[in-house]
Design a protein around this ligand. Structure first.
Ligand code: FE2
Ligand code: FE2
Length: 249
């Protein structure tokens, strides 16, 4: 038999009634909602700060190079498109879009006297210039943050060529990370189809032809095929980004 409950002494607080309990529960859940909201806000701020820092790093590298801001936006978005067409999941393609614009960050480590000389580099100057992938990997790598790790991989390998004749390591074929194979192709396409201080943009048709000729040499043949089969989509996206860039804000 259960022991009889001791009746409350008159000084004991009365146990909360059902309405009071409900009110307390309501208070707890609204406090919890407020906390979650605060956490959400803090997370959004952190995310913004993170993106902003990455963007500023890219801008810093731009000062050292003739690459323009729109070139960098195009590299990110066109690379993401090539990845998506190959069946990459959206979140990975989004990482690539953020990481690809940092491919030349290592140029920060190359003296201006070499960088600003558009042509006619001596062998010695080339040796320094060819170190920018390694500098980039050192600037970006080792954090364990996925977007930076991807950016480091791209920076280190974006001058490798599919046939093994690239630099800095002369990697061949699939030994070159796919992200870098993608960026190499997109960077080539975009660099040649935009005006530079030392030459006008080449016509799209001519550049597509040049890419075709480099299939299996400079570029991964499967990526080349995917790119060429969808060439109009890349051209349209590029033009759209350019229009957005000149449109008044
Ligand atoms: Fe580069
Ligand atoms: Fe570039």
């Amino acid at each position: 038999m259960l022991p009889a409950r001791t009746p409350h002494a008159s000084s004991d607080p009365l146990p909360p009634g059902p309405q009071e309990l409900l009110d307390q529960l309501g208070q707890v859940s609204s406090d919890l909602a407020e906390l979650l909201l605060e956490r959400e806000r803090a997370y959004t701020l952190l995310e913004q700060a993170h993106r902003d820092t990455l963007h500023r790093l890219t801008v810093a590298a731009e000062f050292k190079d003739s690459d323009t801001g729109t070139h960098l936006v195009r590299i990110g978005r066109l690379a993401a498109l090539l990845a998506r067409l190959g069946g990459w999941p959206q979140d990975q393609a989004a990482l690539l879009e953020e990481a690809a614009p940092m491919h030349d960050v290592g140029k920060i480590g190359v003296p201006d006297a070499i960088l600003k000389k558009s042509q006619g580099l001596t062998e010695e100057e080339w040796t320094v210039m060819r170190r920018h992938p390694e500098f980039g990997a050192r600037i970006l790598g080792g954090s364990g943050i996925p977007v930076l790790e991807m950016a480091a991989e791209i920076a280190f390998c974006h001058h490798e060529k599919y046939d093994g004749t690239g630099y800095p390591r002369g990697l061949e074929g699939e030994a070159i990370p796919e992200v870098a194979r993608i960026v190499a192709l997109i960077d080539y396409f975009d660099a040649l189809t935009m005006d530079r201080v030392y030459r006008k943009a080449l016509p799209d048709d001519q550049v597509l032809e040049m890419i075709q000729q480099q299939s299996g040499l400079h570029f991964d043949p499967r990526l080349t095929l995917r790119f060429l089969e969808n060439a109009q989509r890349f051209i349209d996206l590029r033009d759209q980004i350019n229009r957005e860039a000149v449109a008044p804000r």
